[in-house]
Design a protein around this ligand. Structure first.
Ligand code: ATP
Ligand code: SF4
Ligand code: MG
Length: 422
């Protein structure tokens, strides 16, 4: 937690107006796509495309933290680079503060670059080893042609103290710092121009567990002090669950569920979200004796070059029926604040009967599926439920890969849990 002197420093350095009031839409993305062409032969003819991001619709509200999770290769980093305009979209629209920035050129993007900054996963390779910390943190001023009040050196020292580093160390080199300290340097560089939105791509996954908690806490404190808006990308839910207001779950270039943090944790509706959540160990000693429900997904993530037809998750989903193979489920708001793309969502019987909007959507979903198909789906659900609650001795040996394999390294013990619940 930064001390009050640092907070005053932060306030003193805050020179840009916050145009969007808290809760207003800061970023809006519509039908966003990024297809990377695959070229072959001497003529470099296009023979296909990696559909890394394949139609995203979402908003980020001013002052909130949107967590984005999904397995490796589902397009999270590509999405991050598209919304910061480090990549040019293939299709779709990106609006920042109501302004269409989808195809702005370098010059027109320059003012926007101050408002949106990115923090990268690897604090080792994202800092130039030949530059001092002072040079690294002051680079954004040079790029933007900005001279901070009081001079560059004073501002760099202020930023160092804001992120919890010794201001006297501005002449040192990256190798003199630990991993966590280097990520703090990356954060200081991102904050230099007093941005409105920060996109953090797996900001702590390269760090030790105890250090992860400190860096996540720092991001959380900075958000409250500076009124920042975050998009935090992670490969599983254990990091984002503590700091996100809303969470988007991605699978093969699409958002399959987007919900308020609490709704998502209390009652995930997409089978993939449920599987992701079951893979996160709960660091609660009181629940150690409780049997943990683990859903092990079969097979690997399919290739984004030729994604499965219909629902892209159908090749691994235990609830998949015929319609899942043929018809892509649209992302619909099935409960207030919870959008889901699934023909047979979980936790759907909890709906309020008086909610007519909900009932209409439920009816539409039910009408799409034949009775025998629903019965078959119920039978497979029951079989999976029996399987996951069976004692280990009764269980057949599992050969499939768990959906997330690195969760144990990420989950912190209770006393080190990243950030406090908001
Ligand atoms: N420049 C590129 N050219 C071709 N394909 C790319 C390029 N960048 C990413 N891809 C492909 O796009 C897909 C999505 O990649 P991306 O890095 O966005 O995924 P990710 O969710 O961030 O994965 P990870 O968790 O491993 O970081 C992958 O199949 C990847 O191989
Ligand atoms: S639409 Fe079908 S395959 Fe896709 S997640 Fe829902 S039940 Fe599973
Ligand atoms: Mg990535």
């Amino acid at each position: 937690m930064a001390n009050s002197a640092q907070r005053e420093g932060v306030a003193a350095g805050a020179t840009l107006n916050r145009d969007a009031a808290p809760g207003e839409t800061l970023l809006k993305v519509t039908g966003l796509q990024k297809h990377f062409p695959i070229r072959k032969g001497l003529l470099q003819r296009q023979v296909g495309a990696v559909r890394a991001v394949d139609g995203l619709d979402f908003e980020v509200k001013s002052g909130e933290t949107l967590g984005v999770v999904g397995e490796s290769g589902c397009g999270k980093s590509t999405m991050g680079r598209l919304i910061t305009r480090l990549l040019e979209p293939t299709a779709g629209k990106v609006e920042f503060e109501g302004k269409d920035i989808t195809h702005l050129g370098v010059g027109a993007m320059r003012p926007m670059r101050r408002d949106v900054q990115m923090i990268f996963q690897d604090p080792y390779s994202s800092l130039n080893p030949r530059h001092t910390i002072g040079t690294i943190i002051s680079a954004p001023f040079k790029l933007q042609g900005v001279t901070p009040e009081g001079g560059v050196k004073k501002e760099v020292q202020r930023l160092l103290s804001v992120v919890g580093l010794n201001p006297e160390h501005y002449n040192r080199y990256p190798h003199e710092f630990s991993g966590g300290q280097r990520q703090r340097i990356g954060i200081a560089r991102a904050l230099a121009l007093n941005p409105k939105m920060v996109v953090a791509d797996e900001p702590v996954s390269a760090l030790d567990v105890s250090i992860q908690a400190q860096v996540v806490n720092l991001l959380d404190d900075l958000q409250q002090e500076l009124g920042l808006t975050y998009v935090i990308i992670a490969h599983d839910l254990s990091v984002v669950r503590h700091v996100s207001d809303r969470i988007a779950v991605m699978y093969l270039g699409k958002i399959v569920e987007l919900a308020d943090r609490d709704s998502l944790y209390k009652a995930p509706m997409h089978p993939y979200t449920k599987a992701l959540m079951s893979a996160v160990p709960i660091p609660d000693p009181r629940r150690k004796s409780a049997k943990s429900e683990r859903i092990l997904l079969q097979g690997d993530v399919p290739s984004p070059i030729s994604p499965p037809s219909g629902c892209r998750f159908h090749t691994r989903c235990w609830k998949a029926t015929e319609i899942c193979k043929t018809t892509e489920p649209p992302l619909l708001e099935l409960k207030p604040g919870q959008q889901v793309a699934c023909h047979h969502p979980e936790n759907f019987e909890d709906q309020a009967p008086q909610d007519t909007v909900l009932l209409t959507v439920a009816k539409q979903a039910a009408e799409l599926v034949a009775d025998e198909v629903l019965a078959e789906s119920a039978a497979t659900s029951a079989a999976v439920a029996a399987e996951v609650t069976a004692t280990p001795a009764e269980k057949p040996a599992v050969t499939e890969k768990p959906v997330v394999t690195e969760t144990s390294a990420v989950a912190a013990p209770e006393d080190e849990a990243p950030a406090k619940e908001k």
